[in-house]
Design a protein around this ligand. Structure first.
Ligand code: MG
Length: 356
């Protein structure tokens, strides 16, 4: 992907940023005190666009691999016309294998640049009304009943909670939440239940606890079993690990009611946008989710959120050293920034903002 015709003043920087978590973050997949995400800055004609991608362990990604993949695109990006962003991302998808976090970071920095160049916030670029942005859930990771209660109480400003389950402690976890809150709950099993009978049993119990949807009850490959489960439960079943990109969606129809779309899985805003419309065209519900990440990635997803039924865009709220401010959450409602592009502002914290 070499292109010697570098544009005057073009620059592309990559850096791994370590984001520290407020609480140890535990799901069925991992437990951690921090997450490393890839940050990128694309500069052209005196305008800088910021991007971020969270490498997903589930898909064998890590931050160093993500950074190297982004660096491999450097010469191509420096020689490209950023207003041809669709062509650029098509080339990137064609030539770079896997490394979806790196693709997401590049796509987001390009789209931030494009919005700034045109002088419009990304939601306007996509023709959306920021008032249509939905409520976001606030996520409660797996923990002891005592800590779960404390986390739920700390989340008093959020009208809908998303609770992680999928271990042997599911009933205690939901019991702890219900001991201190009667809010609507959405539950994410992260592939944690291993057979269809167990999934039906657990979901039927969750329905009685005021749970309004269940995410990824069974392992990603168990699509036929999920279809069997769906025929036996009432609440919507949303695909997360079963759905990475648009090409995954057709086989999920009828097994799932909807899909959870994340920029880190899709490889950026453009593919996420395609996925939203594709899922809608099949009559499926749409959710925008995120990984633990800074305001760069979460704000990028939030600009598309007026299109979706559900938002789970709280990854930046879980970290203590966010380098940027972008989308805000007011009593659960996503409030999109009105500045051009992503509309980010640098925070005063000493974290990396690409100026090195
Ligand atoms: Mg999930």
């Amino acid at each position: 992907m070499n292109n010697p015709a570098r544009s005057f003043g073009a620059d592309f920087k990559t850096e791994t940023v370590r984001l520290y978590l407020r609480h140890t973050w535990t799901t069925t997949m991992s437990s951690s005190l921090y997450r490393d995400t890839l940050h990128t800055v694309y500069t052209h004609d005196g305008i800088s666009g910021y991007g971020e991608g969270a490498p997903i362990i589930r898909y064998h990604e890590d931050s160093e691999g993500a950074r190297k993949a982004a660096e491999s695109m450097r010469d191509y990006l420096l020689g490209a016309d950023p207003m041809q962003f669709s062509k650029i991302m098509q080339d990137v998808f064609r030539h770079v294998e896997d490394n979806w976090a790196a693709k997401a970071a590049v796509d987001i920095s390009l789209m931030d640049w494009v919005g700034k160049k045109l002088g419009v916030p990304l939601y306007s670029y996509f023709g959306l009304d920021p008032k249509d942005a939905p409520l976001t859930t606030f996520s409660i990771g797996i923990d002891t009943p005592e800590v779960t209660k404390q986390k739920v109480q700390e989340a008093h400003d959020y009208p809908i909670l998303k609770v992680k389950v999928g271990l042997d402690t599911d009933e205690e976890t939901i019991g702890a939440v219900r001991a201190v809150s009667s809010k609507p709950l959405r539950v994410d099993a992260n592939e944690g239940w291993k057979d269809k009978e167990e999934a039906v049993r657990k979901i039927s119990w969750l329905e009685k606890q005021g749970v309004e949807l269940i995410e990824q009850p069974l392992p990603a490959s168990m699509i036929e079993e999920t279809r069997w489960v769906r025929e036996r439960v009432r609440i919507p079943i949303i695909a997360d690990e079963s759905c990475r990109r648009a090409s995954d969606i057709p086989k999920l129809k009828d097994a799932f009611d909807g899909v959870n779309i994340k920029l880190d899985k899709s490889g950026g805003i453009l593919e996420a946008y395609r996925m939203i419309y594709f899922a809608k065209s099949l009559g499926m519900k749409t959710m925008l989710g995120c990984m633990v990440s800074s305001s760069v990635s979460v704000t990028a997803a939030a600009h598309l959120s007026p299109l979706v039924d559900y938002a789970d865009l709280d990854g930046n709220l879980l970290v203590t050293n966010d380098p940027f401010r972008g989308v805000l959450v007011e009593l659960g409602k996503l409030v999109l920034p009105t500045g051009p592009g992503l509309g980010l502002n640098a925070n005063d914290s000493p974290s990396w903002k690409g100026e090195s």
